[in-house]
Design a protein around this ligand. Structure first.
Ligand code: C2E
Ligand code: CA
Ligand code: CA
Ligand code: CA
Length: 277
């Protein structure tokens, strides 16, 4: 009993016990959720800023928890990643979303689908093969699929990331750098990674058009995108002023609550029907 000095850490701590208990329960519930497919893919429209029609969607996972209701990814994704569930969950999300997008493409052939990749998916040496299989099974055209990854993910091992992305791109899919501008040395990534799209982080978008320092970051990022021949998508557009400023800056695509919130697949189907009828 001398190893820990005052012995504080060894005393029974109800709060820590409860915390560990809570985590064990969450782990158990997540495993079951995956087995029972309690997840649902929501979709948020990505709009063309000229005319504001929907050109595609980003798939965003939700957990339909049996007692807690609909949970956003912030409530379970990190734990799922820690538990090693993300390759399986991510694969399921990709397949659901591709199958759904193929249906939307029947009346909207150009309709695009963005899907987020996790760290562990990116680390999976079989990722390209798995994506190829999903495309084949669902009939999703590769050139309508955009895979999103964050700078931080790509930064961990730039050489390895570049290799994985190059391999993915042989399928014909495109790559988007998510939350662009929030990581450090963003510029060096753009040179080293085979990226097609940059998603401008909402912190910069929401600083517009106030003319603060962060607002000019959005403009700078747009300029960088143009210089590197990348398509920019502005994230987190919440009001008409931001949309107008982005239009002025010739940003083609945007996403945010101002246009639409993430919604179940049926909501997107209605939205597309309203447009074509
Ligand atoms: P993200 O990829 O940056 O996705 C955008 C997030 O911003 C979404 O949160 C979306 O609902 C939210 N958002 C969209 N428009 C606005 C807006 O105007 N204002 C504000 N304040 N927020 C807006 P969500 O769905 O809670 O997802 C959070 C994060 O979880 C995502 O950030 C992404 O990193 C991760 N995630 C979500 N779905 C998946 C998935 O299927 N796979 C993986 N690996 N990660 C996912
Ligand atoms: Ca994303
Ligand atoms: Ca983002
Ligand atoms: Ca994010």
């Amino acid at each position: 009993a001398k190893a820990d000095g005052k012995g504080v850490a060894r005393r029974f701590d109800p709060a820590r016990f409860a915390e560990a208990e809570k985590r064990r329960r969450a782990e158990h519930e997540l495993h079951r959720a995956l087995a029972e497919k309690q997840f649902e893919v929501y979709y948020q429209p990505i709009v063309d800023l000229d005319g504001e029609h929907t050109v595609g969607v980003e798939a965003l996972v939700r957990w339909q928890h049996p007692t807690l209701g609909l949970l956003p990814p912030a409530e379970f994704l990190d734990l799922a990643e820690d538990l090693g569930l993300l390759p399986e969950l991510g694969g399921w999300i990709l397949e659901q979303a591709c199958a759904q997008a193929v249906e939307w493409q029947r009346d909207n052939p150009d309709f695009e689908l963005n899907v987020n990749l996790s760290v562990s998916q990116l680390a999976n040496p079989d990722l390209t093969e798995e994506v190829r299989d999903v495309l084949a099974r669902t009939g999703m055209p590769a050139h309508r699929l955009v895979l999103e990854l964050t700078e931080t993910m790509a930064l961990t091992d730039l050489t390895a990331s570049a290799r994985v992305l190059t391999s993915l791109k042989t399928l014909g899919v495109r790559i988007a750098l998510d939350d662009f501008g929030t990581g450090f040395s963003s510029l060096s990534h753009l040179g080293a990674l085979p990226v097609d799209v940059v998603k401008i982080d909402r912190s910069f978008v929401q600083a517009m058009p106030a003319g603060s320092g962060d607002a000019s970051v959005a403009e700078a990022v747009l300029q960088i995108a143009r210089t590197f021949g990348l398509s920019p998508v502005a994230e987190g557009v919440e009001d008409a002023g931001q949309a107008a400023r982005l239009r002025e800056l010739n940003c083609a695509h945007a996403q945010g609550y101002h246009f639409a919130r993430p919604m179940p697949a049926a909501g997107i189907t209605e939205l597309l029907l309203a447009r074509t009828s």
